[in-house]
Ligand binder design. Structure first.
Ligand code: GDP
Length: 399
């Protein structure tokens, strides 16, 4: 019996020993690696958890697109130091014949209006439906209701008198009637030569986005190309970057830009610009203004003040209203509002390169009784042309 008990005890002890060995080996395998004695400096820092204030220094904030890819027009204001090298002054191209050079840009209006009308007029039978189509073509091109009716009436009469029509006769007839509509009697010169003493003062007004600042810059180039000295007044102090944008235009042609703080008083910038223009003996001061059409009263207060402040020193020679030709009826509404606030003396129609609605030239002149003096035909620096009725109509109906 004792032997049996002894054997059992030996067996139990042996089993326990084996079990301990197996568990021990498993534990050894599952043990985590020992912590490194020194921190691994190549490892990236742990991401801070939400709500945990990172004690390690934060990464540099990401730069915005504007900061990274600086377009000239929105360079930061802080850069006051003069450039190391003298800036290269551009010599803008002369203005004569610009409209002829840019006539291809009117191709959309050309196809929709000029060629459209010629095709319709060339039909063998000019019945009521055809005349209605002619009317629609004119209305679609934004010629306006009254001018359209006048033109259709005149064309109907003259075509009847003509009897059989050759394409050449039709072209000549349409050219004449379109020219009458556009008007050849207006004085379309931009008045920059003052009656009394220098400088001539031009104020540029219009709703933001119409191309007001761009037009002011392009006009500065036109004047410089004509041998005039120009001072720019950056009185659109409300639109971020408008001042920078204008200064860039000025710098390119060596025109001095007078500027104020962003959000500052536009009238005080305009005042300073005229004063500096006088002191420097400049030929022309061009004042870009703020175009916030928030309320008519607000606009009236703002523009009225700029005008009054400028006129304390010298009379305004020209007030140019910039309208975006692509906005159609909306542009006409803007024109009405501005005309109530300031005495518009000339219209600049921009973006005529991007629209088939060249007829707006006629409509807006009728609306304000003021001539279109300049047209914008692209975003290029010299894509602003003096408005010449003959060249414009020729471009519309093609040669
Ligand atoms: P502002 O807010 O009225 O001063 O407008 P900007 O002068 O900044 O112009 C607004 C945009 O219209 C810019 O992208 C200009 O390049 C563009 N622009 C101005 N005039 C013309 C033009 O005649 N044709 C085209 N295609 N774009 C133009």
């Amino acid at each position: 019996m004792e032997t049996v008990i002894l054997a059992v005890v030996i067996a139990v002890v042996a089993l326990a020993a084996i079990g301990a060995l197996v568990v021990g080996s498993r534990r050894t395998k599952s043990l985590p690696p020992p912590p490194p004695s020194a921190p691994d400096i190549t490892a990236p820092p742990a991401e801070p958890q939400v709500g945990e204030e990172a004690e390690t220094p934060r990464e540099e904030p990401r730069r915005t697109i504007e900061e990274v890819d600086l377009p000239e027009a929105s360079a930061p204001v802080a850069v006051e130091e003069p450039p190391a090298e003298a800036p290269v002054i551009e010599i803008p191209e002369p203005t004569a014949g610009r409209l002829v050079r840019l006539r291809a840009r009117l191709s959309r209006s050309q196809n929709a209006l000029g060629k459209g009308l010629l095709t319709l007029l060339s039909r063998e039978h000019l019945d009521d439906d055809t005349w209605e189509e002619i009317e629609d073509t004119l209305l679609t091109a934004d010629v306006g209701v009254m001018p359209t009716q006048e033109l259709v009436e005149r064309l109907r009469e003259r075509v009847k008198v003509l009897g059989t029509r050759t394409p050449e006769q039709l072209r000549g007839l349409l050219r004449e009637e379109l020219l009458t509509l556009v008007g050849t009697d207006f004085d379309r010169t931009v008045r920059t030569e003052p009656e009394t003493s220098k400088p001539g003062i031009v104020m540029v007004v219009g709703v933001n986005g119409t191309g007001k600042t761009t037009t002011t810059g392009k006009l500065a180039r036109v004047l410089v190309a004509d041998g005039r000295t120009v001072v720019l007044g950056a009185a659109d102090t409300f639109r971020a970057a408008a001042t920078e944008q204008l200064q860039t235009w000025g710098d390119r042609v060596g025109a001095h830009t007078v500027r104020g703080p962003e959000g500052g008083d536009p009238a005080s910038v305009a005042f300073d610009a005229v004063k500096e223009g006088k002191d420097m003996g400049a030929d022309v001061v061009l004042i870009d203004t703020a175009g916030r059409l928030h309320t008519k009263t607000g606009l009236m207060d703002e523009l009225g003040k700029v005008k009054r402040v400028v006129e304390k020193q010298a009379p305004l020679d020209e007030v140019l209203l910039v309208l975006d030709a692509t906005t159609g009826q909306n542009g006409l509404v803007q024109a009405r509002v501005f005309a109530e606030v300031v005495d518009i003396t000339g219209i600049v129609l921009t973006k005529l390169d991007g629209t088939a609605k060249g007829g707006i030239v006629v409509a807006v002149q009728r609306e304000l009784g003021v001539p279109v003096k300049l047209i914008g035909l692209g975003e290029g620096a010299d894509d602003l042309a003096p408005f010449e009725p003959e060249a414009f109509v020729d471009a519309l109906i093609g040669d």
